[in-house]
Write a protein that binds this ligand. Structure first.
Ligand SMILES: C[S@@+](CC[C@H](N)C(=O)[O-])C[C@H]1O[C@@H](n2cnc3c(N)ncnc32)[C@H](O)[C@@H]1O
Length: 299
């Protein structure tokens, strides 16, 4: 029998920790309110799964609310990202020391020196990723064709290189959490009836200038989107509560025609041209409400 439904507050918590320790492309920090509304609508669930965890905005919010009573399983196919999550969980003291060292030496020349470095040490690699993420232009994780991090220096006055309280709170939150570097299809194999799954994949591009699929080597094309829809359907058939974010795009409507699709309004700044920034529609797909026509949730 499923556990009692967690009490989900619909307003995201503002002042409590932990929060995402990385600023990640496509992070859901600005969309927490409508996501929480739908998680609350799902009712009770067992384990929580995020197969495209990125910075984990929804995971941390649900943790802050005490809503993850039956454990959480977080995955992503990016090995540097998952390694950083593991170091936060398992080696937070050493990570804090390494970030304090970066903070004391921070500057443009030092940034490019660290960007060029390769280390065989897991803690040094995690500290490098967090340091570069906090100090690079736009906080944008982007790799070139060789898989190198190639973002230029960001001119911030006082970048938050070391947020010790948040890292320690994050480490405590991750104590019992399973972390895996793996593709979404493998992650789905762990899901059981009554679990909750939140898929936040790279989005279907909505214009020729959209860059969503290009921020990591390998991309995420139409075949991946269709394979993901197949996994969504199969998890739904197995009795899991499944929710997915994507663009409000024809391919998404086609793939999830049998499921409820809410339209969300989100602001974006990932297009190359400034005049294309601003509000765009996103789809929030779920299998736990009755099938009904799409409706607008956030203005
Ligand atoms: C939109 S981001 C997730 C953002 C996250 N929800 C947050 O709040 O920060 C998409 C993530 O999917 C990961 N990813 C891309 N292709 C994947 C795949 N085939 N399997 C698993 N993860 C993948 C990327 O590394 C990236 O971290």
């Amino acid at each position: 029998m499923a556990a009692a439904a967690p009490l989900i507050r619909l307003a995201p918590s503002r002042y409590t920790l932990p929060r995402p320790f990385l600023k990640w492309v496509g992070g859901k920090g600005q969309l927490l309110a409508p996501l929480l509304e739908r998680v609350a609508a799902a009712g009770s669930f067992r384990a929580y799964h995020e197969p495209f965890v990125g910075g984990g905005a929804l995971f941390f919010e649900l943790h802050r609310q005490g809503a993850l009573r039956d454990g959480a399983v977080l995955s992503d196919r990016n090995p540097q990202l998952i390694e950083a999550w593991e170091v936060v969980r398992d080696d937070v003291d050493a990570l804090v020391d390494a970030l304090a060292a970066h903070k004391s030496r921070h500057g443009e020349a030092y940034y490019y020196q660290v960007r060029a470095e390769r280390s065989s040490d897991k803690i040094a690699r995690a500290a490098r990723l967090i340091y570069l993420n906090k100090t690079c232009f736009n906080g944008l994780y982007r790799e070139n064709r060789r898989g190198d991090f190639n973002v230029p220096f960001g001119r911030y006055t006082d970048p938050p290189i070391l947020d010790e309280d948040n890292l320690r709170a994050g480490s405590a939150a991750l104590g019992e959490v399973e972390l895996h570097c793996r593709p979404f299809a493998t992650a789905a194999a762990d899901v059981r009836r009554g679990d909750f799954v939140y898929f936040d994949p790279p989005y279907v591009p909505v214009s020729k200038t959209a860059v969503f699929t290009e921020y990591q080597k390998g991309g995420f094309g139409e075949a991946d989107q269709r394979a993901l829809a197949g996994v969504f359907r199969s998890l739904s058939g197995r009795g899991a509560k499944v929710m997915l974010s994507n663009s409000w795009a024809p391919l998404v409507h086609e793939c999830y025609a049998d499921f409820t699709r809410h339209e969300l309004s989100a602001s974006r700044n990932l297009n190359c041209k400034t005049d294309r920034r601003g509000a765009v529609s996103e789809a929030l797909v779920e299998n736990f409400a009755q099938l009904r026509p799409a409706r607008r949730l956030a203005g």
